[in-house]
Design a protein around this ligand. Sequence first.
Ligand SMILES: [Ca+2]
Length: 589
Amino acid sequence: MKPQSLLASTAVLLAVQLGLAAAGGPTGGVAQVRLRLQPAKEAIGRAQRNLLTNVATEDPAFTAFAQNLLRRTLLDKLWEPNPPGLPYRWVSITGEADDAYGKCQLVWDTMFVLNAYAALDDDVLIRDVFRNYWAAIDHNVEASKGSYRFGMVPGVINPTLPPVGYSQIPILAWGALMVYRQTHDRALLEESLPYLLAFDHWYSTERDVDEDGLIEQGAYKAAPIANLLQTAKFESFDFHPAVDGMKLTRHPRRPESGEWYGDIEGVDTTCFLLIAERATAEIARELGHEDVASGLEETIARRVAAIRKWMWDPETEFFYSINRDTHAKIRVRTIQAFLTLTAGAATPEQAQALVEQLKDPKQWWARFPIPTVAMDDPAFRARGFWRGDMWPPTNDLIALGLMRYGYHNIARDLTERMLALLAKRGINERYDATSGDPLGVGDYCWTALVWNMAVHARYGVQEDYRTIRVPSDAVGRRLKLGKLEVAFPSEGVVELKTAFDRRFRIVFPSGSGRATVMRDGRRLGELEREAFGPESGWAFNAVPGKVYRVSAAARSAATESPPHALSGKVSCGEPRIPTGWAARRCPTK
Ligand SMILES: [Ca+2]
């Protein structure tokens, strides 16, 4: 449905299925209620306006593609509160036109949505979306404070309480951090941290009942659409072959418990918690809670060591899920192994071995990578739900992992294939990796993330939204992304502008040499080199509203000072460049 027509309607009545699946799973509902849904009109209107000014590139056609992608994936899915379960404005996974899924707010789906939405400059809406999760912690009568269940964020948030009895891929902290890196909305972090810590405590205890640092799945009660075992599987990739043999057991030290605890430790589940814990540690440090951050880092180190010890198979050079009680490997090659890159769990040598397999067109590098199961694995089904099909969110996370380990060219190839796929086959929930056939629901919310993939790989803005890794073909590219502007006017030159204090780091493809920085046309001096991760680059502190010009070819760029691609104000009467956000620099007086 087009946002315009959505705005025109004051309210819509939709069937809402209760107790929906997680991970974007199928949601043939049992219990249904008629629910009055009100579009969040003010937020939608603001987003429509800001989309036109806050998301732009050097290429009008690509700008139109990006804006259309965000409009179609995001703007018909914002709703006014539906208490008691959704007491704040919320995001549904599909739009009004879709009736295959119920209207609800999920966990990991929404984090990709908010990462894309951050550029549209609506901090209060984003805080509202997170507050629904925190309200579910506060008001879950089946998980009151003091109970071992306290801190669980339900996998599905819908208007009713009590919520469902299972959780989902726990990357809320990663989502909050990705937003903060773009918006600098400190209030979001301050509100979120206590709940993120409660959620982490629940996950790291109730989903690691043998306390070895490796994460299991489970469920306290069945969803209306599934038995208890399948409900537990909803906590990660719903029909992932690595959990085909999963059994539910009682808690090892709580004999009065039900059979709520799965006996498989997942590479996926453990990596997702690691991603969340790394983000939580960064949030805690940002807010000055050094003790909390260092405590989390000890936990992270323990988990990473356990993954390397128990899940890595040196013979096939791959990570496998294992049986919780025997630690026997479950030898089906699924996409989860590559999440060890995203989670920073693989050694550099393990990463290299994984990437060699990833690049193999017989195993993983399909026409539209990355299939969820290796194409030469007996379990592979090209359209099978988490059994061979391709999903945008895993591609986004794995592209970030590839960049984390320095495999930028592969992340770029993956991104360009996703962009080409969307341009040709449309916006969908998932795809057939071998043919590109769209699968699942059209205009699904999280496919907005393909824009984020382009920001990272095509424009070089890394996951931290302050490291700019200049792509080899960057000359002529420009990006406006909310509070950040980046341009590459000529070889070895980057221009930057930020709307909040930000420490930029620039990595040029040439690597070494010297670099200078100018601010609003005035030379500030040579930059210091700074090492970070496997790379090093030039770092400097930027203040809001100024145009910074970093030149690797120090002498010529600093002295010749050709016209800037970015400029703060156009007060000198010079004509604006047609894109609307870039302008020529005023002459220095
Ligand atoms: Ca465990």
